[in-house]
Design a protein around this ligand. Sequence first.
Ligand SMILES: Nc1ncnc2c1ncn2[C@@H]1O[C@H](COP(=O)(O)OP(=O)(O)OP(=O)(O)O)[C@@H](O)[C@H]1O
Length: 273
Amino acid sequence: MKNPDRTPVNGTQDPQAEPVVRLGCVSRVYGGAKNRVTALDDVSIGLERGTFTAVMGPSGSGKSTFLHCAAGLDRPTSGAVHLDGVDLASLREKALTTFRRERIGFVFQAFNLMPALNVVDNITLPLRLAGTRPEKGVVDEVLEQVGLSGKRRSRPGELSGGQQQRVALARALVTRPAVIFGDEPTGALDTRTAAEVLTLLRQSVDVAGQTIVMVTHDPVAAAYADRVVFLADGRLIGALDRPSVEQVTEQMQQLGTWSESFALRQSGDGVRR
Ligand SMILES: Nc1ncnc2c1ncn2[C@@H]1O[C@H](COP(=O)(O)OP(=O)(O)OP(=O)(O)O)[C@@H](O)[C@H]1O
């Protein structure tokens, strides 16, 4: 596997060529002296604009913590996160909330739609909360992009799981965010529907130049990405470019074994508990 940190050593003059997300020596420690957990351990990585990155690793390896720190949902204990050229540590809570709303899109496993609102109102809700309106034609564009032009007035309860996730994707796309973060966005979908949503994510990168960062447990989902980065025990341990399902599966199997032996070493006596 390759070194996951692609940040150029000497920097570059073109701001578009700068990584849109940059983590520098990021650590996140939870708990106190007695129950201290290092969820992220000195992670450095640059994610380039217009790319699709999948984040994988065994359970508890720090994937959600990585996503939360990278997206400004959580603050690192040490290290720096830059997103779209902004040092997130420089933003106070209110400014960070506004920044997230305007510059970042989120797609979660649970679709998090408002059941009483129709599709268009769900899509425009974040903008209305921010006191703005979408640019003219943008709602139609994103509805077309996710294949829901005929469902403008439907409520979430009238839509399939895949359609609901496409509404959530449209809601993430409508602000034209610098980055969309996905936390297991296809985790609640059947294989065929998941493939449809992943294809839409892929198209938003290929056609619209969207940047996507997605946490997943699923090697099939990860294989839609340009790059898979692997975490183990809070550390970034490698990456695969243009990964195949087989390569990702093999890597995850190796990581599973590695994690198990790490846990045994940590337990001191090698006895499985
Ligand atoms: N708020 C918290 N307080 C204490 N410990 C936490 C907290 N959040 C996460 N952790 C711990 O940090 C480590 C990393 O957790 P994280 O949720 O980031 O892993 P993950 O790879 O996303 O796991 P999973 O695949 O099971 O969702 C785990 O040991 C977890 O128990």
